[in-house]
Design a protein around this ligand. Structure first.
Ligand code: GTP
Length: 335
């Protein structure tokens, strides 16, 4: 048995202006908040007790997730009045959890279909201090890389570099021995990636890598957010959060959630999703885009590769391509 912590307190600056009013993990991908897809992934691995470690716009999470009973889970909240960094947030959230079970920590901006049950199993078999999910990427230069030895033990945490010595990177899902979390100082700003893990490795802690190259995506940039949604809609990524009671129509090329109103004369394609309460008028063409809850798209609009935020209203015949649209602004997405 394991319990979980979801890190959802970051500012999400790379996704401004979408993250002005919504924390990044509450942005919609494939009709649901990123966090809801992650909860489904945790539940599949048998985790039913989770703490959401919140800070920025913390008040947005509780009305949506409540006590978690809608998902058959127990959800609790650890709110940081000032962001404590990833390490400080884990320490703070763990106060709400039992100390006799492995603790799985999820970065709140990752979509992953890796075998979490196996990661937990190997962690426990190895009696590890921490076991990190590592994934191989084509180009590790934008990331720090994490080399392992032939036994799977992590040998270093290397910062970004021009010629990375390996293409395996930290994929943002960790299994901790609870006593290791207790060594992190309380109420201090601490990073797991830059402080806790490198120090553990330097002090010969048992830090293991779990290499799994299943679908993985960090949705922290505008293009990645759209890609993540399309991958869930088209089935490239695991979408088990999309249960039949929530979905009106899913074709493999489009997703329409229950409670959306899509005129029969509209075309929805290229992995687009239309959320609950959104209205799409006759003649509109939505392609490769995310339409959040309650947004309204007028007649004959073309919305291509774009994110239309909750409640935004798009006038008839508007032509929008590669943009974030909120009720007050339209911002181009860098290509
Ligand atoms: P950017 O500002 O665009 O880099 O995004 P971010 O603020 O989310 O930072 P980053 O992508 O590095 O964070 C990784 C994960 O950790 C995200 O899910 C964040 O929500 C979360 N996170 C980052 N810092 C904190 C923090 O201080 N407290 C908590 N609770 N979560 C955090």
């Amino acid at each position: 048995m394991a319990v979980g912590i979801l890190l959802v307190g970051g500012f999400g600056t790379r996704l401004m202006p979408l993250t002005k009013n919504s924390p990044k993990p509450m942005l919609t991908v494939a009709g649901l908040p990123v966090t809801e897809h992650q909860l489904a992934m945790a539940k599949r691995a048998g985790i039913t007790t989770i703490v959401l470690a919140t800070s920025y716009l913390s008040e947005v999470f509780t009305p949506y997730f409540g006590d978690g009973s809608r998902w058959g889970m127990k959800i609790m909240y650890a709110v940081e009045t000032k962001p404590l960094g990833t390490g400080g947030a884990i320490r703070n959230a763990a106060k709400l959890l039992p100390t006799d079970q492995s603790v799985v920590v999820f970065n709140g901006d990752v979509l992953s279909s890796h075998n979490l049950s196996q990661q937990i199993k190997e962690h426990e078999l190895n009696k590890a201090d921490v076991t990190l999910h590592l994934t191989a990427v084509d180009d590790a230069r934008p990331y720090g890389c994490v080399p392992t030895d032939s036994d799977g033990r992590v040998t270093a945490f290397l910062e970004k570099m021009e010629n990375p010595i390996t293409n395996t990177i930290n994929a943002g899902c960790y299994v901790f021995k609870p006593s290791v979390i207790e060594t992190i100082p309380l109420d201090e700003v601490i990073s797991v990636e830059r402080q806790v893990f490198p120090e553990l490795v330097a002090n010969h802690g048992k830090v293991f890598g779990f290499i799994d190259d299943s679908y993985w995506l960090d949705i922290g940039t505008p293009k990645a957010l759209l890609k993540g949604s399309i991958d869930l809609v088209t089935g490239a990524a695991d979408a088990s959060a999309l249960t039949p009671d929530l979905v009106h129509t899913r074709t493999g090329d489009s997703l329409i959630m229950k409670g959306a109103h899509v005129d029969p004369g509209a075309v929805i394609d290229k992995g687009s999703c239309i959320s609950h309460g959104a209205v799409i008028a006759d003649g509109a063409h939505i392609s490769g885009s995310i339409i959040e809850a309650g947004a309204s798209i007028g007649r004959d609009c073309a919305i291509v590769d774009s994110f239309v935020a909750a409640g935004a209203i798009i006038e008839n015949s508007a032509q929008i391509s590669a943009a974030f649209v909120t009720n007050s602004e339209i911002i181009s997405i860098p290509q």
